[in-house]
Design a protein around this ligand. Structure first.
Ligand code: ACO
Length: 311
């Protein structure tokens, strides 16, 4: 019966056995993985845009080569993740249509503008830093294809985070203008980075079930706290500050307390009304339209090869 299937399924999860595409799984497990993995894939793809904006304006050949490699990595991450999501039974075309129609979500963080070169450093340090904390846990997520994709993605992501920090470190030792640019970028990216972890646990609709199924291994608030604790130490090495007057070591908790996130801003961005939401989706739709002839030519070529092989 379905009840027995569900028990066997949960026992596998409890015993740390990975769930594979052809295994029986509850419909809601399939759906929530599909939702999370496809949102994650979209985030990687849309996430190329804020940094793509600076490739042609990087201050040196070295910085340009690094940025180019990083943005290419993100394209690769998006592709592995779309493949992982496809194993759950939705076509890539459908996922992409859902992104372009505004039906599918992607991370709020990529709806903020990149105003100066220092934003490339701040994105690497803070945004990729936040992404890694979340993704290291996902290397042990219960769905096999997702977990395996994450292992490789995390290796590249850690390079992204280090290059961001190093780039800010250079600016932090530069001219007064460079220092000011560095601080300004940290000020603008700090709060949106904290929002990447999602709503508070008490508001997180998916967390309880996702924790039981070991899709998530740590809650939104646990990861956010870990991120705050880490950044408070790292920002000292930059000789910069984090824009939160409420940051304070709490001896009893063994963690830093921090100020309240502007949740109105968060939900506003998630609902599509952030500073760059429209620009990002327009750019993706345009790129997809402009790539149509490539997809058609590739499909026509594959068809010809198939006919040839059959002869
Ligand atoms: N931006 C946009 N939407 C968000 C964000 C965010 N930062 N955080 C949460 N949401 C959405 C959730 O997708 C969910 O919406 P849905 O139910 O309509 O799908 C809703 O807000 C409620 O949140 P939760 O119940 O907490 O959702 P969930 O359990 O999925 O947790 C989280 C959110 C932590 C982002 C999870 O989905 C996750 O770990 N995803 C994989 C990592 C990822 O996507 N990273 C992308 C940014 S990093 C990068 O791309 C480099």
């Amino acid at each position: 019966s379905v009840h027995d299937l569900e028990n066997t399924f949960q026992r596998k999860i409890d015993e740390e056995v990975k769930i594979e595409p052809k295994d029986w799984m509850p419909e809601a497990y399939r759906k929530t993985n599909l939702r999370q993995i496809s949102q994650h894939a979209h985030s990687e793809i849309v996430g190329m845009l804020p940094e793509g904006n600076w490739i042609s304006r990087a201050p040196s050949l070295k910085r340009k080569a690094i940025l180019l490699a990083k943005v290419q990595d993100e394209a690769g991450h998006g592709l592995y993740l779309y493949c992982a999501a496809e194993t759950l039974g939705m076509s890539r075309e459908q996922m992409i249509d859902d992104l372009h129609s505004g039906k599918a979500k992607y991370s709020s963080i990529f709806n903020y503008p990149t105003l100066t070169w220092a934003d490339m450093g701040a994105i690497g340090w803070l945004v990729d830093g936040a992404a890694i904390l979340n993704q290291v846990m996902l290397c042990r997520t219960s769905y096999g294809p997702y977990a395996r994709a994450m292992v490789r993605i995390c290796k590249e992501e850690s390079f992204h985070q280090r290059q961001g920090f190093e780039s800010l470190l250079v600016l932090s030792k530069g001219t007064p203008e460079q220092k000011a640019m560095c601080q300004d970028a940290i000020n603008r990216w700090w709060w949106p980075s904290l929002m990447m972890f999602g709503p508070k646990d008490s508001e997180s609709t998916n967390s309880d079930q996702s924790m039981k199924w070991k899709i998530k291994r740590k809650t939104n608030d646990e990861l956010r706290q870990q991120f705050v604790d880490m950044c408070v130490e790292q920002v000292k090495l930059l000789g910069m500050t984090l824009p939160d007057p409420h940051l304070k070591w709490n001896e009893a908790r063994g963690h830093y307390d921090f100020g309240e996130i502007d949740w109105n801003e968060f939900w506003n961005v998630v609902k599509g009304n952030g500073p760059c939401n429209k620009q990002r989706l327009d750019a993706r739709r345009k790129a997809h339209e402009e790539g149509r002839w490539v997809r058609e030519a590739a499909a026509a070529h594959a068809e010809k090869q198939k006919i040839k092989a059959a002869k």
